[in-house]
Design a protein around this ligand. Structure first.
Ligand SMILES: [Zn+2]
Length: 385
């Protein structure tokens, strides 16, 4: 076992990170360690998983064994010298950036490095980016910045130019299926189906393969193209159902993850970590943890909804491929009959308009439009064609 076990289909990246960790541990002044890293890759490729694994490997006495206390607490989000920053709203404001700088400049308490992981560096405001810039240019000797973003273009060039870039790729369906079988004990048929349906998104593939709720939610999503054809009231009901189902899946995901984190926290700091005699700063840590969990739950709902829209867009793409006669493997192989039926009954132009309506809804969600509103507008457009 190593800290990199959760990274799927990223062998070159793992090798690069392992070399960097080994070099960082030699204390050889000729091998200067890079204090700022930028992890990029499409959604679901594992940007924050890679950053988290790297953080654990840097703190681990064995360079990333995956089992020691350092590795486990970093993974659980309770390591004193690894801070994960994710935006609670749509952006990371300047005062949060200043807090990051203050944190990364302080000496590590128990670990080797003081590490800050910024999960959505593309959401730094301009002022926040400027506040980070100086600390990245002249890092403290033990400070490490790990930034994550979809692509280098999403981060101010001034920051990108001072970071070492690590580019993850979308793992192939075969890679995803293999990890589902090896790690999660999923049988081959289910693993192949989930990997294909999740379009390279490891987390979604795992949920599809292991969680009945996620499969039911997906089936409901892929019913939407038929339901909206029945009339406007049905289209409106479909929109409401999509929002509700995303909330259900997010609840399942959050509660399991939060419980594991809180348990790991108790392991590290004792049952009464917030009471008398608790280690200094642990009450603040617990508060941080709760705040992070809440922000993450909101994001999980939106991410789940976004995943549903990607499923829906892929279905209409499958329809379009039938309509234009392209012999390409469909994403939703188990819904080929429905796709063929819709392809015969509608024109390619309306399929394109429907795909555009879905992309518009995704964009609206990204701009923090109320999910119900965004999806109702989309459902109407799907009905009208
Ligand atoms: Zn370890």
């Amino acid at each position: 076992m190593t800290v990199y076990d959760d990274l799927v289909g990223q062998r070159p990246v793992v090798a690069e990170l392992q070399r960097a960790v080994a070099a960082a541990g030699t204390d050889d002044p000729t091998r200067s360690f890079t204090h700022a890293w930028l992890f990029t890759g499409p959604p679901g490729s594992g940007r924050s998983v890679a950053a988290g694994a790297f953080a654990a490997a840097l703190q681990c006495p064995e360079n990333g064994c995956g089992t020691c206390n350092a590795c486990r607490t970093v993974r659980a989000g309770s390591h004193m010298d690894v801070t994960t920053v994710s935006p609670s709203g749509l952006s990371i404001p300047v005062d949060q950036a200043r807090e990051i700088v203050r944190r990364v400049s302080s000496m590590p308490t128990s670990g080797k490095w003081q590490i800050v992981v910024i999960e959505d560096a593309d959401r730094l405001t301009e002022a926040a980016a400027n506040a980070l810039l100086k600390a990245i240019e002249e890092p403290s000797p033990r400070g490490v910045f790990l930034l994550c973003a979809p692509s280098p273009d999403d981060v101010p060039i001034t920051i990108v130019s001072r970071c070492r870039s690590v580019a993850l790729r979308a793992p192939s369906a075969a890679d995803v299926a293999a990890v589902l079988m090896r790690r999660d004990g999923v049988d081959e048929a289910m693993a192949t189906f989930a990997a294909q349906a999740a379009q390279g998104h490891v987390g979604r593939a795992r949920r599809l393969a292991t969680d009945e709720t996620a499969r039911i939610a997906r089936a409901a999503v892929l019913d939407v193209p038929m339901v909206v054809m029945r009339g406007i009231p049905d289209a409106m009901a479909a929109a409401a159902a999509l929002v509700g189902a995303a909330g259900d899946v997010a609840d399942t995901v959050s509660s399991a993850r939060d419980a594991a984190e809180t348990a790991a926290y108790r392991d590290a700091y004792g049952e009464n970590a917030t009471g008398k005699g608790a280690p200094r700063g642990s009450a603040g840590l617990l508060k941080d943890l709760e705040k992070r969990q809440k922000a993450r739950a909101t994001r999980t709902t939106r991410d789940t909804l976004d995943g549903a829209l990607l499923d829906l867009a892929a279905f209409y793409r499958d329809v379009l491929l039938v309509q234009v006669g392209a012999g390409v493997v469909s994403v939703h192989g188990d819904h080929e009959t429905a796709a063929a039926r819709l392809a015969a009954a509608t024109a390619p132009e309306s399929t394109l308009r429907r795909i555009e309506a879905i992309l518009a809804a995704r964009e609206a969600l990204g701009l923090n439009v109320a999910p119900q509103l965004a999806l109702e507008a989309m459902a109407l457009a799907l009905h009208a064609g």
